[in-house]
Ligand binder design. Structure first.
Ligand SMILES: [Mn+2]
Length: 350
């Protein structure tokens, strides 16, 4: 079944119109920075501009969806009006104020398509899983090169730049979010922006990164030591974070709530008095977007289903000292979680 039907059948409306780039990509499988996807019970049309028309026609020639050139959103809405559509579904949370005003001018009754998108996009097809698997393989191969590239005196920015270059060199279309590389005490900031901090012996190195392949994201974090640390605290805490990561990975089951998954890691850290340093959630859904449904957090009622892809990323952060996070992209299959990642998680001292 094509994705337009998968989403549209869940919505009570005569037609739906979609203009956000991620949702458009989901419906068409085609990347574009401008366009509108119109779907009703008879047809799906991808309205785009001349920059994408040829590429889109080639990419979609055997598909369910036709390609038309549109000058503006207004001309698309005129087409929809001409089809006597009364109730039109749009992704409410994505509408801009000018878009909302335009829709009002055309006097459509509106329905929200966003819940149907969220649900459909959360459960991946085999094709989508294959694209995410590829994005994970590229990220892991780049990470292996990155470890060999780290040298004393190198800045975080340079190291992050190398990691991104390596992902592209190995076939990535893009990074899936801003690459995080943190050295030393900067590792205690979960989303540190790489700066001019130089790598010195004995520092921890935290890298949180991912790339896109076929429009789908990977997400991975590893923390290593650049030479042995002065005291044994880092090694000890690393062992606890790894135990929490493994407990979550092994314990996650289909049908669990996001909060139960989160507790698999959080409760273990709590026994060691470390839960107050685990300042974020266990994970998030991954797909075309780096953060999507479901949420694996202490307050999440989201239900985990086979085919969902999400991160498992417990972390412990000691302000001004160091932080440790270990993250894999994982998927639920046959009721249990399986990691896309093969990179060893034992503590590495380089
Ligand atoms: Mn993540």
């Amino acid at each position: 079944m094509d994705n337009t039907k998968k989403v549209f059948r869940e919505i009570k409306a005569d037609a739906m119109l979609t203009s956000s780039s991620d949702l458009r990509r989901y419906l068409t499988g085609f990347p574009s920075s401008f366009g509108f996807v119109y779907t009703d019970f008879q047809e799906s049309i991808f309205f785009t501009d001349p920059r994408y028309a040829e590429g889109a026609r080639n990419a979609l020639k055997n598909e369910f969806i036709s390609v038309e050139i549109a000058k503006s959103e207004e001309s698309v809405l005129e087409y929809i009006k001409s089809k006597k559509v009364k109730r039109l579904a749009v992704p409410m949370e994505r509408l801009t104020v000018p878009e909302a005003q335009l829709l009002k001018k055309f006097r459509f009754k509106l329905a929200d398509s966003m819940p149907a998108f969220t649900e459909a996009m959360a459960v991946k097809t085999e094709e989508e899983l294959a694209l995410i698997r590829r994005a994970c393989e590229i990220a892991e191969a780049a990470y292996a090169d990155f470890l060999g590239y780290l040298k004393e005196g190198m800045t975080e920015s340079e190291a992050a730049g190398y990691l991104e270059f390596a992902m592209r060199k190995k076939g990535a279309e893009d990074r899936s979010f801003e690459t995080i590389v943190a050295f030393g005490k900067n590792t205690s900031v979960p989303h540190h922006s790489p700066d001019e901090t130089k790598l010195k012996k004995g520092m921890p190195v935290l890298a949180d990164f991912g790339c896109k392949s076929g429009g789908y994201c990977s997400d991975m974090t590893r923390t290593v030591l650049f030479g042995k640390s002065e005291d044994g605290e880092f090694e000890e805490v690393y062992g606890e974070v790894l135990a929490a990561h493994r407990n979550a990975l092994e314990g996650i089951r289909e049908g669990m709530h996001g909060r139960e998954a989160d507790a698999l890691a959080r409760d273990l850290l709590k026994k060691k008095g470390l839960d107050k340093f685990f300042t974020h959630s266990l994970g998030h859904g991954i797909g075309i977007n780096i953060h999507e449904f479901p949420r694996l957090s202490a307050s999440s009622d989201d239900i985990l289903k086979n085919g969902m892809v999400f991160s498992v990323e417990p972390g412990v952060y000691f302000e001004g000292k160091f932080g440790i996070r270990i993250e894999d992209s994982v998927y639920l299959k046959d009721g249990v979680a399986a990691s896309f990642m093969k990179t060893d998680k034992k503590l590495i001292v380089i």
